[in-house]
Write a protein that binds this ligand. Structure first.
Ligand code: ZN
Length: 333
């Protein structure tokens, strides 16, 4: 498809930088945003989402295409996470800009106030952005990596060390070290307990098998096969990079979001790591995020709440199992 013949798709330059005034200047209207979507979606050619056909006509409505084979009509925002945003594309773009370019972003409450929209709609779109922020798992950590775990929700009274029965939200992190002080990239994900099976998840998802991995002396790490793991006693000095990362993450949760429900913890961790891992590419981070928002299939609230329900069921089951183990619940109950 020669896009220059299609008035629906005009060339738009990639937005770079983090300056809010430049952003406001560039995306003044919903039309500026839809033009940006159209070019990024069809700039390299059209592919029908229904039948895969590559040829199209321009639709009657601006920024729509009609498949020449099956007559499917597609708008620039459909089949993307921008599909049917209630408050208009301009505000949706602003949310994506804020969540990608600011160092900490803001809570859904603050975003709703800032944009004059309902809390629920702000929350839902921010949740969709977090879907787009999920790691592609294509660039695992390499070199010197440290793995550690922590809990979100603070210190638990009466619980010492790793306690899998604790109701605190458990998180495992892996950081790729840069020399003795810096961190190149990091990943964090929720775990149900501190077993080898749970801890191994971050290895298979985010750590290259060629890496040299440091962990503390926790026995479960011994059972993780296929990695070069060295276990040393955790001291302030030996684990300073990973501890600094954990501190930053925890203070972000406390300072911006106050508390995060277990069902959405993974999404928030994805958001944090997405920004952290691109701290050297802040200029193009907004554009990259929009590309991902275009590529992702739409997630509506029902899909998100189904996800929530699934995790809720798993949690209920887990609590029952834990109570059984503790002997507080009869097996027949
Ligand atoms: Zn088609």
């Amino acid at each position: 498809m020669n896009t220059t013949n299609i008035s629906n798709v005009r060339f738009v330059e990639k937005f770079t930088g983090r300056e809010v005034f430049n952003f406001m200047d560039r995306f003044k209207t919903d039309d500026d945003c839809i033009a940006y979507l159209a070019y990024n979606k069809w700039g390299n050619g059209f592919a029908c989402p229904s039948c895969g056909h590559k040829e199209c006509w321009e639709g009657q409505k601006a920024y729509t295409m009609v498949c020449k084979s099956c007559r499917f009509i597609e708008s620039a925002s459909s089949n993307t996470l921008f599909h049917k945003v209630k408050f208009g594309l301009k505000k949706a773009f602003y949310i994506a800009f804020e969540m990608s370019t600011s160092s900490k972003s803001v809570s859904a409450n603050a975003m709703a106030e800032r944009l004059g929209v309902q809390y629920n709609t702000a929350w839902l779109f921010m949740r969709k952005v977090r879907v787009a922020m999920e790691s592609s798992e294509q660039h695992p950590l390499t070199g010197n990596v440290t793995v550690d775990e922590f809990v979100i929700g603070g210190y638990e009274e009466g619980m010492v060390g790793r306690n899998s029965l604790s109701n605190k939200k458990k998180v495992v992190v892996a950081v790729e070290k840069n020399g003795n002080l810096g961190i190149n990239r990091a990943y964090a994900m929720p775990i149900d307990n501190y077993s080898a099976k749970e801890l191994a998840k971050i290895f298979t998802k985010h750590i290259d098998a060629s890496s040299v991995v440091d962990t503390d002396k926790w026995k479960a790490y011994k059972a993780i096969a296929g990695y070069n793991i060295t276990q040393t006693k955790s001291t302030k000095d030996s684990f300073k990079q990973v501890h600094r990362f954990i501190q930053g993450l925890k203070s972000w949760v406390r300072g911006i979001h106050h508390s995060i429900s277990k069902d959405h913890l993974e999404a928030y961790l994805n958001e944090y790591c997405f920004r952290f891992n691109r701290h050297q590419h802040k200029n193009t981070i907004f554009h990259k995020l929009t590309e991902r928002l275009i590529e992702e299939k739409p997630h509506n609230r029902m899909m998100l709440s189904k996800m929530r329900l699934k995790t809720y069921e798993q949690r209920r089951l887990r609590i029952r199992m834990e109570l059984m183990v503790k002997g507080q619940l009869g097996i027949a109950a």
